[in-house]
Design a protein around this ligand. Sequence first.
Ligand code: HEC
Ligand code: HEC
Ligand code: HEC
Ligand code: HEC
Length: 426
Amino acid sequence: MAVVGLLVGFSSHASPAIPMAGDDAHLGVATCAGSNCHGAVKPYDNSTVDQNEYFTWERHDRHARAYQTLQSAQSKRIANNLGLRNAAEAEVCLNCHTDNVPASKRGARFLLSDGVGCEACHGGSERWLGPHVSGITTHADNLALGLYPTEDPAARAKLCLGCHQGDAAHPMTHDIMGAGHPPLVFELDTFTNIQPAHFTVDADYKERKLLPSGTTNWAVGQVEAAVAFLSLVESQAGASKGMFPELYPFDCNACHHDMDNLRWAPNVSDEPGQIRLRDAHLRNAANAIAVRDAGLAQRWLEALATLNTSAQLGTGQLQSAARNFRTRLAQPAMDAVGKRWSIAESRRLFAQIASQQAAADGMGYTLAEQGAMALSILASDSNPAEQAAIASAIEALYGTVDNRAAFVPADYTAAVRELSTAVQAQ
Ligand code: HEC
Ligand code: HEC
Ligand code: HEC
Ligand code: HEC
């Protein structure tokens, strides 16, 4: 399998619909949770999969509580601020906090109160449940019957981003943020690692599945996030109403920051006072592409400059710049970053991003938060044998972004320089 990944890249699946948009019925978590299936109390010894996935999800994974969150005091306040009667009945909340498929696609044991259940990620099991229980089908057979390829980093990124960045099917808006919703942040490798794992990466897992490095996950995740962001801009700019555009695609800290701590600098936006887009994923994607194809990265950066200029002109201009950017460059960019990343490439990418960020003046929080995740992954992959030596520099870097309100750009750039020194010393 690893060899296949090396040759054809990871994005080799014909892009399947994300689970909530697929045609198959969702039969419900209870269907998966039998004690001989995925509801064993402890991991099975003689099975390729753990079989206790249900308990890991139910006890440790926040997705299992996503629906209950809609009944919390915080959700009541958000709903109230938005004029919604009940968050737990509002489509706009259910879209991300549950497996909100249409009623016609809900099986007999399906419960909305299961939150983000197995089939929200693994796909409606209508066609694959029977054959996969029989034990005679292969993983490839199951995929052909509608199991979602969660092991493929590009497909996984699309899946997670739908809810963790928002898309046309799961819209997030500045109104919802203003009503008190926490900010959405996403980076594929980091979030894959902090979701309590209900799978064990052992010898047979490695044989059955692709196992991309942190850098591969990072690069694929950034390009997918950038492309999904362009689609979001297209759909939201199109839907804008009144005097102001939808503000969700703009950099939150372009407007929200302390007036006693003024920090505009020319590398933040083209002109002082301009409201810039929240373009951290687009900039990170440019860095990843540059290691593989300098000419393509150049075209990507030109399209990004046009996008930012268009955002100052009007919603129509912004929408068409986003569409133009996506249709011309999304596929070439995915092709460029989709193949496995070597240690030497991780080092080049680390050096490139670290030097940009160490030199940046007045950097916004969003870019720094994404930068900290990127640099820690790339630093670890640059020195697979020497992770302990750079761990404290990574911890110090995270320390500078753990509080949005207290963020000091100069402390962040100093920590980036220290991490660079630690990586170069290896
Ligand atoms: C259907 C929407 C949906 C999908 C798909 C989804 N998530 Fe989530 N995720 C949520 C929601 C909603 C929460 C918050 C749950 C809560 O606390 O109420 C969440 C929470 C999380 C958290 C906890 C965050 C924290 O701050 O501790 C992690 C980690 C996470 N998701 C990772 C992922 C990954 C990785 C994927 C893709 C494999 C993914 N999610 C796919 C909706 C989704
Ligand atoms: C685009 C998807 C999306 C939409 C729409 C959405 N949420 Fe969320 N929500 C999330 C994700 C993802 C998280 C987890 C964020 C994280 O920790 O990284 C979350 C977190 C939360 C939290 C904090 C949970 C905790 O334990 O800290 C609350 C409360 C919440 N959402 C309520 C709502 C309400 C109420 C609505 C409807 C008005 C709503 N959400 C709409 C995706 C969404
Ligand atoms: C938020 C998304 C998400 C949810 C919810 C989720 N999974 Fe997963 N699951 C993943 C990801 C990501 C992987 C790792 C990639 C892979 O092996 O496909 C995975 C892997 C697995 C595996 C493969 C293990 C192996 O060794 O091949 C099984 C089995 C599984 N999940 C079952 C479940 C069950 C049962 C539930 C519900 C109780 C569930 N998952 C809920 C995302 C999710
Ligand atoms: C173009 C400027 C602009 C951008 C960009 C912007 N906001 Fe706002 N935001 C505002 C304004 C104006 C208000 C209303 C101010 C008030 O009520 O005090 C507001 C209100 C809010 C509020 C409620 C007010 C408060 O003090 O609690 C929150 C939360 C919020 N925005 C979050 C965000 C997030 C998250 C982002 C990025 C996704 C963002 N904003 C992007 C201008 C902006």
